[in-house]
Design a protein around this ligand. Sequence first.
Ligand code: TNX
Length: 484
Amino acid sequence: MPLALIPTPTHLEECEGAPFRFGPGTRLIAPPELDGVAGFVWAVLGPLATVTRDDGAADAVVLRPDGGTGEAYTLTVDADRVVVAGSPAGIARGVATLAQVSGLGTEGAPSGVVPALVIRDEPRYERRGLMVDVVRHFYPVSTLERVIDLLAAYKLNVLHLHLTDDQGWRIEVPGRPELVERSGRTQCGDGEAGWLRTEEYTRLVEYAAARHIEVVPELDVPGHVNAALHADGSLSPSGQPTEAYTGADVGFSKLDLSLPATAPFLADVLGHLADLTPGRYLHIGGDEVHRMPRDEYLGFLDHVSGAVAATGKSLIAWQEAAAAGLPSDALVQLWDSNADPAPVVAAAQRGIGVVLSPGKHVYLDMKYDADHPLGQDWAGTVDVRQSYEWDPDTYLPELPATAVRGVEAAIWTEFIATEDELFSMLLPRLVAIAELAWSPQRSRSWESFAPRLAAHAPLWTAAGVAFHESEQVWGRGRPDVAVA
Ligand code: TNX
């Protein structure tokens, strides 16, 4: 079987010469500005002796910054050396490719032998992400680090964390300890949840940054706020804390900007999230506010837009917010395959970028098939092929292709509880979406992708993460699939 690279690279040339072999003497040559990436390199290639200066000797993996920006990279392998060239972010993507070419030989087993080749590669979209709902069920740092490892392995570059909702509040805010103390332990059902302490969140952001992955925190307002109203009675018109909520309904809670406590609450939380965020964006939610008159909703979004601008960040919001007068540096995230997309198209015509998360393709809380025990099906069932076979540039024909800034998968966790359940919903569909978001449309096909995907299963097993053996990929209908 040929090299089973995912995402398939823009340009790949396999060369005639002898392969490179990792051995006990193999050194890593990484200039000091790549310090942050070195930890990632060791994690995927093993603990190589590392030096900062290139003396030109053989038996080396060379990380070579080329002064560029963006995520393009070149990977050149011959018998003597492996060279990964690009910007620091590009080098991180090239290292992910190197991990695959040295791990997946013809038998699909890790070999440490890298065939002579030249790969020149760059992403199709600038934003390629995953949203994880850590509210409906909570996942600790250890699980989220494993999720980041998965993103890095498949060249995704955004982890969007849904941190607040009706059922719980998952992030400490200085001066407002009641948010986690009163609302940190609840989630959907009766299990005990938890929250991310400031040090934990910071550690997670650093772990992601070493892999050139941006963490986007989401404060979901003005709806999905029962956990805040339960923690702080002054945010409710009655002045009394609401009851805790552990069901799976949406759309019943809201913030009230006419209360004196509301604006300071927003300023404090957004200010803190901005302090924790090296990236450019904060996500302000804006979805499913079913009990608020339209004018009030639009006024609220004006206020939040100002509050985000005051932090120096730009905002991202779910598609409902497209109807508001969002600033031109905002992004909107399309999710509801059943809703009228006209406001999103109109916002794009005003220059606002769009991230595509269409439920019927990339909502990874949807069941694989009607009998699947986990998740839900309001956007339909979503098997691997349904995640893979669509074109973001033409998904909304009215949307100018330049407005499409990227693709983000989402996993909502009302009906997904354990880490194994989480990974079995991510894998293998997230890997399909990673290829969709990185590789040119013309070089993708399901027929090429399915056997490559099957060849990756041993890597997931080696990483100790669960996956769903979809019939579409591993079924008896595909006798040509080589599984190691
Ligand atoms: C819609 S997608 C929601 C979430 C639910 C999800 C379940 C979006 C912006 N809002 O509150 O968890 O459906 O699939």
